[in-house]
Design a protein around this ligand. Structure first.
Ligand code: C2E
Ligand code: MG
Ligand code: MG
Length: 740
């Protein structure tokens, strides 16, 4: 507002005009006073006139306070004042108003923004002054600056945000940031005015988005969710979307959307999920692998244990019955005996052997025999106490160890065992009964170790068998003596043959009808220089157990056959030579050939030899026996059944045996005159033999009474002390010569 060419006013005005002027001036003053802006009249760079507003703007209470002030004082400094003058006067000189926003200074020195409009009163004469309208726009400036600041901030945010931001109005882009364009793959500005439809995969989704997103806007709520949107090139991408109406009360103002490309995050999430799944799968696999390995290891351990247990069992238990074997018995007896020694207890040891068990095995087969043994083992085990041991040594031999048991207790147990065996054992169609013989030895009186005790029990068991079987016997000194003798005889017998201690005696067999000697039974005699005469009833069983029966038996057959051949050669009328055959011999495979060759050697007709088999020998494994008998029969040799009636002959087998004669056992003959049973039995045997076409011979005939009974019943032949004792060869010859 500098006045470059200010000139003083001219006072030359007429009177009427003066009034008009005064009116105009008053009007002018009203205008000035009521104007909302400051108005000042400057002349010669001095404030000539101004309105109240102007005074107020510059910090004065009334206009008078500022009138006459230098114009320059209204500006912050002289430089600003001159700069304005230089800018304004060229324009104003053209008669144009000059407008500008400049910094001005209040009375108190405060600088403020003002909007200036200036005009020269007379553009042709600057001296006439200028009029300026001043508007304090500092407040407006401040808020504008604030707005700008906010806008700048907003732009800064928009431009630098990592998220895409878009403003939509009626679903049309009004503004968006670079990130938004970048995410969707558009060039800068390309989206302006575009429809949001572009970034939806389908029309339906776009429509659905309007429904789902815009609905909450009206309530002022924000939408937030994940969407699958489409880039410019058509590729879909996952994004997180947040949106809100700019003004919920006026939807026309549009909405602002913030999107974040979460493809990476999604991918990472998926990868994480996959990795997790893989990990879980791996863990699962590992777990399975591990549990498989564990299971395999466990299985191996079980198998190993089973194998060990099996080995243990094999080593200590009998495979057939599961009972302890000799090894375990040994352990247990050692323990039991050492306990007994310390606590002064008695221990009983039992030896149990089945009577005639061999018959079952031989006639029905080993499988049946095995089942019988298994069943019996069960019963024995059930009959004893927990602390007792029932062991199997093999075959049909069992040893029982009964700790802390005296003689009375042992007798009780033995009774129990006998009763337990009493019930028939059913194997397949066979109903079998086995009877045990039991020998008992006691610690400490009979022995101090298993070996001694079992020998004693064994000997006692043999005594039980000798005493009729199916019973028990305690070991006694008497038995001791017997077992010692058995041992002694066994040893002595080995040398008996070579030392020619064996001889044969012959007992005449008499034909009932004529009284003539029709046969001889060869009976073995053993004369030992120290032991004296030993009965065959005693030494034959020993020879059978130690195998000597084969050479001895062969010697008997040969000697008897040669003797008979010699007698016949010497002129004796031909008689039959009966030779006793042990089961061991009978079962020996080459018996028939041996017999034939002996007969051939001696040139004796085969029918003069008669082999005596006991009933048991014939019946045991009867089919095999039949075959052997058939063979011998074909060779012309005769056979008889010795001790008939003491065994269990089956009539059906008897029919098939190629036997010639039945020898009625002397036990029936002995009481034949008194005992009605024996009478009946002997009568029955004779009539059965007759019906089978067999001859009968009674042995052990000692009396006239016995003879009379036998004759009455029709017995064919007799043999016994009534006629003659067994005689040596010479005496037999004499007998035949005298008696015919
Ligand atoms: P065994 O075959 O039944 O023989 C009959 C036995 O009765 C003979 O006894 C005989 O001497 C005897 N004895 C004969 N008559 C009478 C009598 O009137 N009263 C009495 N009380 N006894 C009589 P020994 O000679 O002592 O023979 C016993 C058993 O030894 C024989 O019974 C036989 O089984 C067996 N034995 C004898 N010699 C042999 C042989 O060479 N081989 C085989 N394997 N066994 C034989
Ligand atoms: Mg005989
Ligand atoms: Mg006999």
């Amino acid at each position: 507002m500098s006045e470059a060419n200010a000139r003083p006013e001219s006072p030359t005005v007429p009177n009427g005009a003066l009034e008009q002027l005064q009116l105009a001036l008053r009007e002018q003053q009203v205008i000035l006073d009521t104007a909302g802006v400051g108005i000042v009249f400057i002349k010669q760079r001095v404030v000539i006139r101004c309105n109240q507003r102007f005074a107020s703007i510059f910090g004065h209470a009334q206009t008078a306070d500022i009138l006459g002030s230098a114009n320059v004082s209204l500006y912050p400094d002289k430089a600003a004042f001159h700069a304005l003058g230089e800018a304004a006067y060229p324009i104003m000189a053209q008669g144009l108003p000059y407008q500008s926003e400049v910094l001005m200074k209040r009375q108190d020195g405060e600088v403020f923004w003002a909007h200036l409009t200036g005009k020269l009163v007379n553009p042709n004469n600057t001296d006439e002054g200028s009029i300026w309208i001043v508007d304090d726009i500092s407040a407006q400036k401040t808020s504008q600056a604030q707005l700008q600041f906010v806008l700048n901030e907003q732009n800064l945010i928009l431009d630098n945000a990592m998220v895409g931001i878009v403003f939509l109005r009626d679903r049309i882009v009004t503004r968006c940031n670079a990130a938004f364009e970048g995410i969707l793959g558009y060039a800068p500005g390309e989206l302006h005015g575009a429809s949001s439809r572009q970034w939806y995969l389908t029309e339906q989704e776009w429509v659905a988005a309007a429904r789902d997103c815009y609905a909450p806007f009206a309530t002022g709520a924000a939408f937030q969710g994940e969407m699958l949107l489409r880039k410019k090139d058509g590729s879909p991408f996952n994004c997180d979307v947040r949106a809100k109406a700019i003004d919920p009360t006026d939807m026309r103002k549009g909405s602002i959307w913030i999107i974040m490309d979460i493809t990476g995050r999604k991918q990472a999430e998926n990868e994480l999920l996959q990795a997790h799944a893989q990990l879980e799968q791996l863990v699962e696999l590992r777990t399975q692998e591990l549990s498989r390995t564990v299971a395999e290891l466990e299985q191996k351990a079980i198998e190993q244990k089973a194998a060990e247990a099996h080995i243990q069992r094999l080593a200590h238990f009998d495979a057939l019955t599961g009972l302890p074997n000799r090894v375990l018995l040994n352990d247990r007896s050692q323990l039991a005996l050492s306990v007994a020694r310390r606590s002064h207890q008695t221990v009983a040891l039992m030896f149990l052997d089945l009577d005639h068990f061999k018959n079952i095995n031989d006639s029905l087969g080993h499988r049946v025999g095995d089942e019988v043994l298994v069943e019996l083992a069960k019963r024995l085990k059930a009959a004893v106490r927990e602390q007792d041991t029932v062991s199997r040594l093999g075959g049909d031999e069992f040893i029982l160890l009964l700790p802390d048991t005296d003689a009375a207790g042992a007798a009780q147990v033995a009774d129990k065992l006998l009763r337990a065996a009493l019930w028939p054992i059913q194997v397949e169609q066979h109903e079998l009964t086995v009877t045990p013989s039991i020998g008992i030895a006691l610690y400490p009186q009979d022995g101090a170790d298993l070996d001694t005790l079992s020998k004693c029990a064994d000997a006692a068991m043999y005594r039980a068998k000798g005493d009729g079987r199916n019973g028990y016997r305690f070991f006694t000194h008497d038995i001791q003596a017997q077992s010692d003798r058995t041992l002694l005889l066994g040893n002595a017998l080995r040398r008996a043959l070579e030392r020619e201690q064996l001889t044969l005696h012959y007992q005449p067999q008499i034909l009932m009808a004529t009284g003539a000697t029709v046969g001889a039974e060869a009976l073995l005699r053993w004369n030992h220089p120290e032991l004296g005469a030993v009965s065959p009833a005693e030494f034959i069983p020993i020879a059978e157990t130690n195998g000597l029966i084969l050479p001895i038996g062969e010697w008997v057959i040969r000697t008897a056959v040669q003797q008979l051949a010699r007698w016949i050669a010497q002129g004796m009328a031909p008689i039959t030579m009966a030779v006793n055959l042990s089961s061991v011999q009978f079962r020996h495979a080459n018996l028939p050939q041996l017999v034939s060759s002996i007969l051939t050697e001696a040139a004796l007709p085969p029918h003069l030899l008669e082999l005596e088999l006991t009933e048991g020998v014939a019946m045991t494994n009867a089919l095999e026996a039949i075959a052997v008998m058939d063979d011998l029969h074909q060779r012309g040799v005769r056979m008889s059944i010795d001790d008939f009636g003491t065994g269990y002959s089956s009539l059906s087998y008897l029919k098939r045996f190629q036997v010639y004669k039945l020898k009625i056992d002397q036990s029936f003959v002995r009481d034949i005159t008194e005992d009605p049973d024996d009478k009946a039995i002997v009568g029955a045997i004779i009539s059965m033999a007759q019906s089978l076409g067999l001859k009968t011979i009674a042995e052990g005939v000692e009396t006239e009474g016995q003879l009379a009974f036998l004759r009455a019943r029709g017995c064919d032949e007799v043999q016994g002390y009534h006629f003659s004792r067994p005689l040596n060869a010479q005496a037999f010859e004499d007998f035949v010569r005298v008696n015919g």
